[in-house]
Design a protein around this ligand. Structure first.
Ligand code: NAD
Length: 282
Protein backbone atom coordinates (compact mmCIF):
# COMPACT_ATOMS: atom_id res chain seq x y z
CA UNK A 1 0.00 0.00 0.00
CA UNK A 2 1.24 3.42 -0.93
CA UNK A 3 2.02 6.27 1.42
CA UNK A 4 -0.62 8.94 0.86
CA UNK A 5 0.90 12.35 0.14
CA UNK A 6 -1.23 14.55 2.36
CA UNK A 7 -1.50 17.79 0.37
CA UNK A 8 -4.07 19.22 2.72
CA UNK A 9 -1.82 18.89 5.79
CA UNK A 10 1.26 20.07 3.91
CA UNK A 11 -0.57 23.09 2.50
CA UNK A 12 -1.74 24.04 5.99
CA UNK A 13 1.85 23.93 7.25
CA UNK A 14 2.91 26.18 4.34
CA UNK A 15 0.08 28.62 5.02
CA UNK A 16 1.16 28.87 8.68
CA UNK A 17 4.73 29.73 7.60
CA UNK A 18 3.39 32.25 5.09
CA UNK A 19 1.22 33.85 7.75
CA UNK A 20 4.30 34.48 9.80
CA UNK A 21 6.08 36.08 6.77
CA UNK A 22 2.95 38.14 6.14
CA UNK A 23 2.89 39.28 9.81
CA UNK A 24 6.54 40.38 9.49
CA UNK A 25 5.62 42.50 6.46
CA UNK A 26 2.64 44.00 8.25
CA UNK A 27 4.78 44.89 11.26
CA UNK A 28 6.81 47.00 8.82
CA UNK A 29 3.62 48.68 7.57
CA UNK A 30 3.49 46.67 4.34
CA UNK A 31 0.17 44.99 3.48
CA UNK A 32 0.42 42.30 0.78
CA UNK A 33 -2.38 42.52 -1.74
CA UNK A 34 -3.60 40.15 -4.46
CA UNK A 35 -5.83 41.44 -7.27
CA UNK A 36 -7.90 38.77 -9.01
CA UNK A 37 -9.61 39.43 -12.34
CA UNK A 38 -12.48 37.21 -13.39
CA UNK A 39 -14.29 37.60 -16.72
CA UNK A 40 -17.78 36.09 -17.04
CA UNK A 41 -19.55 33.61 -14.77
CA UNK A 42 -17.69 30.31 -15.08
CA UNK A 43 -18.99 28.23 -12.16
CA UNK A 44 -15.78 26.26 -11.51
CA UNK A 45 -13.77 29.52 -11.58
CA UNK A 46 -16.07 31.00 -8.96
CA UNK A 47 -15.27 28.09 -6.62
CA UNK A 48 -11.51 28.38 -7.27
CA UNK A 49 -11.56 32.14 -6.69
CA UNK A 50 -13.53 31.71 -3.46
CA UNK A 51 -10.91 29.21 -2.21
CA UNK A 52 -8.14 31.66 -3.09
CA UNK A 53 -9.95 34.44 -1.23
CA UNK A 54 -10.33 32.22 1.88
CA UNK A 55 -6.60 31.41 1.83
CA UNK A 56 -5.75 35.12 1.54
CA UNK A 57 -7.99 35.90 4.50
CA UNK A 58 -6.36 33.18 6.63
CA UNK A 59 -2.84 34.46 5.91
CA UNK A 60 -3.69 38.17 6.09
CA UNK A 61 -3.28 39.03 2.40
CA UNK A 62 -5.70 41.68 1.09
CA UNK A 63 -7.87 40.13 -1.61
CA UNK A 64 -9.30 42.43 -4.27
CA UNK A 65 -11.69 40.97 -6.82
CA UNK A 66 -12.47 42.49 -10.25
CA UNK A 67 -15.53 40.88 -11.83
CA UNK A 68 -15.80 41.80 -15.49
CA UNK A 69 -18.77 41.28 -17.77
CA UNK A 70 -18.35 38.47 -20.32
CA UNK A 71 -18.92 41.00 -23.14
CA UNK A 72 -15.97 43.17 -22.12
CA UNK A 73 -13.58 44.25 -24.91
CA UNK A 74 -9.91 43.21 -24.96
CA UNK A 75 -8.87 46.85 -24.57
CA UNK A 76 -10.82 47.20 -21.31
CA UNK A 77 -9.20 44.07 -19.89
CA UNK A 78 -5.73 45.31 -20.84
CA UNK A 79 -6.47 48.76 -19.38
CA UNK A 80 -7.41 47.17 -16.04
CA UNK A 81 -4.21 45.06 -16.03
CA UNK A 82 -2.12 48.14 -16.78
CA UNK A 83 -3.86 50.11 -14.02
CA UNK A 84 -3.09 47.29 -11.54
CA UNK A 85 0.52 47.14 -12.80
CA UNK A 86 0.91 50.84 -11.92
CA UNK A 87 -0.78 50.55 -8.51
CA UNK A 88 1.98 50.20 -5.86
CA UNK A 89 -0.48 48.82 -3.32
CA UNK A 90 -1.05 45.74 -5.54
CA UNK A 91 1.63 43.05 -5.23
CA UNK A 92 0.13 40.18 -7.22
CA UNK A 93 -2.19 40.07 -10.24
CA UNK A 94 -4.05 36.92 -11.25
CA UNK A 95 -6.25 36.56 -14.31
CA UNK A 96 -8.54 33.59 -13.67
CA UNK A 97 -8.86 31.31 -16.69
CA UNK A 98 -10.84 30.47 -18.71
CA UNK A 99 -11.93 33.81 -20.13
CA UNK A 100 -14.38 34.17 -23.07
CA UNK A 101 -12.80 32.88 -26.29
CA UNK A 102 -13.15 36.19 -28.15
CA UNK A 103 -10.55 37.65 -25.75
CA UNK A 104 -6.82 37.05 -26.23
CA UNK A 105 -5.62 35.47 -22.97
CA UNK A 106 -2.01 35.27 -24.17
CA UNK A 107 -1.84 39.01 -24.72
CA UNK A 108 -3.42 39.54 -21.29
CA UNK A 109 -0.86 37.29 -19.54
CA UNK A 110 1.92 39.08 -21.39
CA UNK A 111 0.68 42.45 -20.10
CA UNK A 112 0.77 41.42 -16.44
CA UNK A 113 3.96 42.87 -14.97
CA UNK A 114 6.53 40.05 -14.55
CA UNK A 115 7.08 41.31 -10.97
CA UNK A 116 3.38 40.83 -10.12
CA UNK A 117 2.85 37.69 -12.19
CA UNK A 118 2.04 35.36 -9.28
CA UNK A 119 0.68 32.64 -11.58
CA UNK A 120 3.96 32.54 -13.55
CA UNK A 121 2.28 32.87 -16.96
CA UNK A 122 4.13 35.92 -18.31
CA UNK A 123 6.46 34.71 -21.12
CA UNK A 124 9.45 36.30 -19.34
CA UNK A 125 8.82 34.19 -16.24
CA UNK A 126 8.17 31.09 -18.37
CA UNK A 127 11.57 31.71 -20.03
CA UNK A 128 13.30 32.19 -16.68
CA UNK A 129 11.93 28.84 -15.50
CA UNK A 130 13.30 27.23 -18.67
CA UNK A 131 16.71 28.74 -17.84
CA UNK A 132 16.45 27.55 -14.22
CA UNK A 133 16.53 31.13 -12.92
CA UNK A 134 14.64 32.43 -9.88
CA UNK A 135 11.10 33.35 -10.97
CA UNK A 136 7.42 32.87 -10.18
CA UNK A 137 6.71 29.22 -10.97
CA UNK A 138 3.21 28.27 -12.07
CA UNK A 139 1.41 27.25 -8.85
CA UNK A 140 0.37 23.64 -9.57
CA UNK A 141 3.81 22.45 -10.76
CA UNK A 142 5.43 24.39 -7.92
CA UNK A 143 3.12 22.70 -5.39
CA UNK A 144 4.01 19.29 -6.82
CA UNK A 145 7.74 20.01 -6.49
CA UNK A 146 7.17 21.02 -2.85
CA UNK A 147 5.38 17.71 -2.25
CA UNK A 148 8.40 15.83 -3.61
CA UNK A 149 10.65 17.84 -1.28
CA UNK A 150 8.46 17.23 1.76
CA UNK A 151 8.29 13.46 1.15
CA UNK A 152 11.99 13.17 0.19
CA UNK A 153 11.24 12.03 -3.35
CA UNK A 154 14.55 12.61 -5.17
CA UNK A 155 14.08 13.16 -8.92
CA UNK A 156 17.74 12.74 -9.88
CA UNK A 157 18.05 10.21 -12.69
CA UNK A 158 14.42 9.13 -12.33
CA UNK A 159 12.10 8.52 -15.28
CA UNK A 160 9.30 11.04 -14.93
CA UNK A 161 6.31 10.66 -17.24
CA UNK A 162 3.87 13.57 -17.44
CA UNK A 163 0.49 13.04 -19.12
CA UNK A 164 -0.90 16.38 -20.30
CA UNK A 165 0.90 19.28 -22.00
CA UNK A 166 -1.13 22.32 -20.88
CA UNK A 167 0.61 25.66 -20.45
CA UNK A 168 -0.38 25.79 -16.78
CA UNK A 169 0.53 22.26 -15.65
CA UNK A 170 2.26 19.91 -18.12
CA UNK A 171 4.70 22.30 -19.80
CA UNK A 172 6.05 24.06 -16.69
CA UNK A 173 6.35 20.64 -15.02
CA UNK A 174 8.77 19.57 -17.76
CA UNK A 175 11.15 22.35 -16.74
CA UNK A 176 10.66 21.82 -13.01
CA UNK A 177 11.51 18.11 -13.31
CA UNK A 178 14.43 18.72 -15.69
CA UNK A 179 15.80 21.29 -13.26
CA UNK A 180 15.81 18.49 -10.66
CA UNK A 181 17.78 16.21 -13.02
CA UNK A 182 14.95 13.85 -13.98
CA UNK A 183 14.62 12.19 -17.40
CA UNK A 184 11.31 13.56 -18.60
CA UNK A 185 8.75 12.11 -21.02
CA UNK A 186 5.65 14.11 -21.93
CA UNK A 187 2.53 12.36 -23.23
CA UNK A 188 -0.64 13.89 -24.65
CA UNK A 189 -3.76 13.08 -26.65
CA UNK A 190 -1.72 12.19 -29.77
CA UNK A 191 0.77 9.92 -27.96
CA UNK A 192 0.97 6.39 -29.29
CA UNK A 193 1.33 3.42 -26.94
CA UNK A 194 0.72 5.53 -23.84
CA UNK A 195 0.96 2.52 -21.56
CA UNK A 196 4.59 1.88 -22.57
CA UNK A 197 5.50 5.35 -21.37
CA UNK A 198 3.53 5.15 -18.13
CA UNK A 199 4.83 1.67 -17.26
CA UNK A 200 8.39 2.98 -17.56
CA UNK A 201 7.77 5.83 -15.11
CA UNK A 202 9.35 5.92 -11.67
CA UNK A 203 7.24 9.03 -11.18
CA UNK A 204 3.95 9.46 -13.04
CA UNK A 205 2.21 12.84 -13.08
CA UNK A 206 -1.27 12.91 -14.57
CA UNK A 207 -3.03 16.12 -15.71
CA UNK A 208 -5.66 15.19 -18.28
CA UNK A 209 -9.14 15.86 -16.89
CA UNK A 210 -10.61 12.37 -17.36
CA UNK A 211 -11.94 10.55 -14.30
CA UNK A 212 -10.00 7.40 -13.31
CA UNK A 213 -8.14 7.35 -16.66
CA UNK A 214 -4.95 5.84 -15.23
CA UNK A 215 -5.51 2.26 -14.18
CA UNK A 216 -3.37 -0.16 -12.19
CA UNK A 217 -2.01 -1.95 -15.28
CA UNK A 218 -0.51 1.35 -16.54
CA UNK A 219 1.60 1.88 -13.42
CA UNK A 220 5.01 0.43 -12.55
CA UNK A 221 5.38 -1.32 -9.18
CA UNK A 222 6.53 1.19 -6.57
CA UNK A 223 5.95 4.28 -8.73
CA UNK A 224 5.19 7.69 -7.26
CA UNK A 225 1.83 8.81 -8.66
CA UNK A 226 0.71 12.43 -8.68
CA UNK A 227 -2.89 13.09 -9.68
CA UNK A 228 -3.65 16.63 -10.83
CA UNK A 229 -7.09 15.95 -12.34
CA UNK A 230 -10.31 17.36 -10.93
CA UNK A 231 -13.40 15.54 -12.23
CA UNK A 232 -16.82 14.41 -11.07
CA UNK A 233 -17.54 10.69 -11.27
CA UNK A 234 -20.88 9.13 -12.26
CA UNK A 235 -22.20 9.84 -8.72
CA UNK A 236 -21.09 13.47 -8.76
CA UNK A 237 -18.20 12.72 -6.38
CA UNK A 238 -14.94 14.64 -6.83
CA UNK A 239 -12.34 12.34 -8.35
CA UNK A 240 -8.94 12.55 -9.99
CA UNK A 241 -7.50 11.22 -13.26
CA UNK A 242 -6.17 8.13 -11.45
CA UNK A 243 -8.13 5.07 -10.34
CA UNK A 244 -6.94 5.71 -6.78
CA UNK A 245 -8.41 2.63 -5.10
CA UNK A 246 -6.50 0.18 -7.33
CA UNK A 247 -3.38 2.19 -8.17
CA UNK A 248 -2.79 2.85 -4.46
CA UNK A 249 -2.05 -0.87 -4.01
CA UNK A 250 0.83 -0.70 -6.50
CA UNK A 251 2.37 2.75 -5.96
CA UNK A 252 4.91 3.74 -3.31
CA UNK A 253 3.45 7.24 -2.93
CA UNK A 254 0.19 8.65 -4.25
CA UNK A 255 -1.78 11.88 -3.99
CA UNK A 256 -5.52 11.73 -3.26
CA UNK A 257 -8.24 13.85 -4.88
CA UNK A 258 -9.43 15.88 -3.08
CA UNK A 259 -6.72 16.73 -0.56
CA UNK A 260 -3.65 16.32 -2.77
CA UNK A 261 -2.42 18.73 -5.44
CA UNK A 262 -5.35 21.19 -5.13
CA UNK A 263 -4.56 22.64 -1.67
CA UNK A 264 -0.85 22.86 -2.55
CA UNK A 265 -1.68 24.89 -5.68
CA UNK A 266 -3.41 27.53 -3.56
CA UNK A 267 -0.64 27.51 -0.95
CA UNK A 268 1.93 28.19 -3.71
CA UNK A 269 -0.18 31.07 -5.03
CA UNK A 270 -0.06 32.54 -1.53
CA UNK A 271 3.70 31.93 -1.46
CA UNK A 272 4.09 33.82 -4.74
CA UNK A 273 2.08 36.81 -3.43
CA UNK A 274 4.26 37.04 -0.31
CA UNK A 275 7.40 36.63 -2.44
CA UNK A 276 6.25 39.39 -4.83
CA UNK A 277 5.64 41.68 -1.84
CA UNK A 278 9.02 40.92 -0.28
CA UNK A 279 10.74 41.45 -3.65
CA UNK A 280 9.07 44.82 -4.12
CA UNK A 281 9.90 46.26 -0.72
CA UNK A 282 13.51 45.27 -0.01
P1 NAD B 1 -6.06 20.78 -20.30
O1 NAD B 1 -7.47 20.51 -19.90
O2 NAD B 1 -5.71 22.11 -20.87
O3 NAD B 1 -5.55 19.68 -21.33
C1 NAD B 1 -5.65 18.32 -21.13
C2 NAD B 1 -4.35 17.64 -21.53
O4 NAD B 1 -4.56 16.24 -21.46
C3 NAD B 1 -3.93 17.95 -22.97
O5 NAD B 1 -2.56 18.26 -23.01
C4 NAD B 1 -4.22 16.67 -23.74
O6 NAD B 1 -3.29 16.43 -24.78
C5 NAD B 1 -4.10 15.62 -22.64
N1 NAD B 1 -4.97 14.47 -22.93
C6 NAD B 1 -6.30 14.47 -23.11
N2 NAD B 1 -6.75 13.22 -23.36
C7 NAD B 1 -5.67 12.42 -23.33
C8 NAD B 1 -5.48 11.04 -23.53
N3 NAD B 1 -6.49 10.21 -23.81
N4 NAD B 1 -4.22 10.55 -23.41
C9 NAD B 1 -3.18 11.35 -23.14
N5 NAD B 1 -3.30 12.68 -22.95
C10 NAD B 1 -4.53 13.20 -23.03
O7 NAD B 1 -5.11 20.45 -19.05
P2 NAD B 1 -5.00 21.15 -17.62
O8 NAD B 1 -5.51 22.55 -17.65
O9 NAD B 1 -3.61 20.87 -17.22
O10 NAD B 1 -6.02 20.30 -16.71
C11 NAD B 1 -5.93 18.92 -16.57
C12 NAD B 1 -6.70 18.50 -15.33
O11 NAD B 1 -6.06 19.02 -14.18
C13 NAD B 1 -8.14 19.01 -15.28
O12 NAD B 1 -8.94 18.05 -14.62
C14 NAD B 1 -8.03 20.25 -14.41
O13 NAD B 1 -9.26 20.54 -13.75
C15 NAD B 1 -6.98 19.81 -13.42
N6 NAD B 1 -6.23 20.88 -12.78
C16 NAD B 1 -6.08 20.80 -11.44
C17 NAD B 1 -5.34 21.76 -10.78
C18 NAD B 1 -5.17 21.62 -9.29
O14 NAD B 1 -4.76 22.55 -8.65
N7 NAD B 1 -5.45 20.46 -8.72
C19 NAD B 1 -4.76 22.81 -11.47
C20 NAD B 1 -4.90 22.86 -12.86
C21 NAD B 1 -5.63 21.87 -13.52
Amino acid sequence: MATIIDGKKLAKEYRMKLKSRCDDLKNKGINPKLAVIMVGNDKASQVYVKNKSKACEEIGIIFEEYLLDENIKQEELINLIEKLNQDDSVNGILLQSPIPSNLDINEAFQKISPNKDVDGFNPLNVGKLALNQDTFVSCTPYGIMKMFEAYNVDLTGKNVTIIGRSNIVGKPLIQCCLNKNATVTVCHSKTKNLKEHTQNADILIVAIGKAKFVTEDMVKDGAVVIDVGINRDENGKLTGDVDFENVEKKASYITPVPGGVGPMTIAMLMNNVIKATENSKF
